[in-house]
Design a protein around this ligand. Structure first.
Ligand code: SF4
Ligand code: SF4
Length: 423
């Protein structure tokens, strides 16, 4: 990693603090990931990507910038990657999953802000994130109150573009989102100097759809019993999907799926048949937020799906590739994005149907609903999700936590009791 020191210095990272972060991340990864038995061979690619998360991939971003390409950072699955790619820019997720720079973050946002927000602000203020430092533009969105107010403060530190997102799925809401998609298109064209033509958008849409198709395939294969892959590994794949090169990533996921199919055909899995199968549902889990999955799989269960933005909420729907003109293509994009069932919408009944359908398809014995502390939208919906699952005879455990390690023992006790109950 010292090979990248010069690059990190140029990005103005706090080198000693950054070294410390990488050391903790490496140890954490070893304990949670590399200690697993019977992992798929294809996970070696993901291990490599993770080991180079602040190295090789960041170097690729610098190389792209040297060729005149722009880097766009995002925090939400509502920002259309198709448009970013069509403008020949690089699209990276900036959501952060570690307790870092919290003290500095709390000078910019209130203490009772969710850990995800505090984390991305903390990473910026503590100069720990080479991705944020590589961005030519950061795109926010008016989803939850915490995020939209945080972006006002964040805009003092980065070049921000904020998309206005509707809160309902009405016709006027769709019109608003369509206008915002066009405004993002213009902003990208201005920044990159590239005109987004129908040809460019069609090619980019195919790249992003292919990535989602590969992740859908991975999700479907997890319905097998014994489960062919651990939940930790599947979560990591979804996390990496937000910053890896999309074409290379898709190839790797499809190769991994081939291996999973072979494993399923032999009746083999990551855990014995009959292991308690749990599904996760709720807030996104950004790298390196692996605490709850580690606790769940350390409690004798296997995770078979993630109903989350770092999971199926981001991959469930594809963009219709049939329109050939710009208007039709933008409509297809808007239709696809307006199907996202984020808890920021009211009402959001489609999420309840989606959670229940997914739990049934994956033959989950129970669902663990995960909300970050101070996240109002998902904490509210936990109650509705529990009711919808109960009506179908599927038990649910509601958990609220943050990025600290202080509650690990408490989480274990509750998860172990739940696993015993659904067994
Ligand atoms: S949970 Fe909602 S606000 Fe958060 S990334 Fe997903 S869609 Fe965006
Ligand atoms: S986890 Fe909840 S509070 Fe935090 S950014 Fe997402 S929707 Fe907002």
């Amino acid at each position: 990693m010292s090979a990248y020191k010069e690059m990190w210095e140029k990005l103005n990272l706090d080198i000693p603090a950054h070294d410390g972060l990488l050391a903790v991340l490496g140890k954490f990864y070893g304990d949670i990931y590399l200690s697993q038995q019977g992992r798929l061979k294809g996970m070696e690619y993901l291990d490599f990507v993770l080991s180079e998360v602040h190295g090789l991939r960041v170097k690729e971003l610098q190389d792209a910038k040297a060729q005149g390409r722009k880097v766009i950072g995002t925090f939400c699955v509502f920002v259309p990657e198709e448009l970013t790619l069509a403008a020949d820019a690089v699209h990276v997720g900036l959501c952060a999953g570690a307790d870092a720079g919290t003290e500095q973050a709390e000078k910019l946002v209130p203490r009772n802000t969710c850990a995800l927000i505090k984390s991305f602000i903390g990473f910026k203020l503590a100069r720990l994130c080479p991705y944020t430092e590589s961005c030519d533009m950061v795109v926010g969105e008016t989803t939850c109150d915490g995020k939209k107010k945080a972006y006002e403060a964040f805009a003092e530190h980065v070049n921000m573009h904020v998309m206005e997102l509707p809160q309902t799925k009405s016709e006027s809401a769709r019109a608003l989102f369509r206008a915002e998609v066009l405004r993002y298109t213009s902003e990208l064209e201005r920044l990159t100097g590239v005109t987004i033509t129908p040809e460019r958008l069609a090619a980019a849409t195919k790249v992003v759809n292919d990535k989602r198709r590969a992740l859908q395939r991975l999700s479907r294969l997890r319905a097998a019993d014994p489960a062919p892959i651990s939940g930790r590994d599947a979560l990591l794949i979804n996390q990496v999907s937000f910053y890896d090169d999309p074409v290379r990533f898709t190839q790797s996921v499809n190769a991994l799926c081939d291996e999973m199919e072979a494993r399923i055909a032999k009746g083999e899995g990551i855990a014995p048949a009959g292991t308690v199968r749990l599904m996760l549902s709720g807030c996104p889990m950004a790298v390196p937020n692996w605490k709850l999955p580690y606790v769940m799989e350390g409690s004798g269960a296997v995770i078979v799906g993630e109903e989350s933005c770092i999971g199926t909420r981001n991959t469930r729907d594809l963009v219709d590739e049939s329109p050939a003109d710009m208007d039709g293509m933008i409509d297809a994009l808007v239709d696809r994005y307006m199907r996202i069932d984020c808890a920021c919408f009211t009402p959001n009944t489609e999420r309840l149907d989606n959670v229940v359908d997914m739990a049934k398809e994956l033959k989950a014995d129970g669902v663990v609903h995960y909300a970050l502390m101070f996240c109002q939208p998902y904490a509210h919906e936990a109650m509705k999700v529990e009711g919808a699952l109960r009506a179908e005879g599927i038990p649910m455990l509601a958990m609220e936590t943050d990025y600290s390690m202080e509650d690990v023992e408490q989480l274990k006790t509750r998860v172990q009791a739940f696993v015993e109950m659904v067994r």
